[in-house]
Design a binder for this molecule. Structure first.
Ligand code: PYC
Length: 310
């Protein structure tokens, strides 16, 4: 199986170029549902250790339904499919350029949530127009064991987020372990109290904010991803959710550039336009670099053929 690995602002993406399962034809949402229901072993074998690791996001290249699209893609992590993923879309765009499949300029990429517009600026820099993002609940408080009351907003940016404006712990790389534990405890408290996204959706990402170190940035974040890993990048969908909250509070205007710094100091630039359904449509700009072009080997005698799962 041929894979191309890249990182976007530090966060890894593994593009499966060939050798993936046959998902048939039809709408991408149906093919994605088939991947999740019938091919989890494929997903974990590609992403989990020993071939991958928890932070990795997979991008399975498939034929687009829309012939105007440069490629079709289904994103997944070690636990489940992802409808949308900012860093992986930038990683995929740069990977398609590395493969010679696209040149700088505007392109469309088919995803299970619809066709997404991307703009490749140069070999490493791309912008992605994200899905319409919005805040569902403002100022939700939960009692977190051993910490006390934590208040945050519930917002959608292509994934569900609980956003805590002022982290009780400093947003610093030295705190990655305690921040991970805190975010996991917050997520458990949300689950315990039945706090969800729209239609009972699991809030699988927790995002904590603090002051930036980079003088160009407005904020620095820590983002817990569904499998328990932290996002090395500033999280495209998470910063979209943040911008939706700021826009709702009248604190950030359409067209203004917001620079978000990640826990490791990397940055994305975002701006937004008003959406059709009362939310915002963010554009995320970031840089990705290809790190390897490899063949994964699956030996039937390997006891960890399907990845290490616990
Ligand atoms: O960039 O949207 C993102 C993302 C979601 C999870 C990891 N990265």
């Amino acid at each position: 199986m041929r894979v191309i690995d890249s990182h976007t602002a530090g966060e890894p993406t593994r593009v499966i170029v060939d050798g993936g399962p046959d998902l048939g034809d039809g709408p991408l949402a149906e093919r994605a549902a088939r991947l999740e229901a019938e091919h989890r072993d494929f997903c974990t074998s590609v992403l989990c250790e020993p071939r991958g690791h928890d932070a990795m996001v997979g991008a399975l290249l498939v034929a687009p339904t829309d012939p105007g699209c440069a490629a079709g893609v289904i994103f997944f992590n070690t636990l489940q499919n992802l409808g949308m993923c900012g860093h992986a879309t930038i990683g995929l765009t740069v990977t398609l350029a590395h493969l010679g499949a696209i040149r700088p300029g505007a392109h469309r990429i088919d995803t299970p949530v619809g066709a997404v517009d991307v703009d490749l600026h140069d070999a490493h820099t791309a912008s992605v127009v994200n899905v319409e993002s919005y805040r569902l609940h403002k100022g939700v408080s939960v009692a977190v064991d051993g910490v006390g009351e934590i208040t945050g907003d519930v917002a959608w940016g292509g994934n569900w987020f609980f956003l805590v404006k002022t982290s009780p712990l400093a947003i610093a790389a030295r705190n990655i372990r305690p921040l991970t534990d805190l975010a996991l405890d917050i997520r458990s408290a949300l689950e315990r109290d039945g706090i969800t996204g729209r239609n009972g959706a699991w809030i699988d990402h927790v995002e904590l904010f603090g002051p930036p170190l980079d003088p160009r940035a407005r904020s620095k974040n820590f983002v817990l991803c569904p499998g328990g890993a932290y996002d090395r990048s500033p999280c495209g969908t998470g910063t979209s959710a943040k911008l939706a909250c700021l826009a709702s509070d009248g604190e950030w205007q359409a067209g203004q550039e917001w620079i978000q710094e990640s826990i490791i100091g990397s940055t994305y630039g975002l701006s937004y336009e008003p959406g059709a359904d009362g939310g915002i449509v963010p554009t995320i700009t970031g840089q990705a670099f290809v790190t390897s072009d490899a063949t994964l080997i699956f030996d039937p005698a390997d006891p960890y053929l399907r990845g290490i799962r616990y």
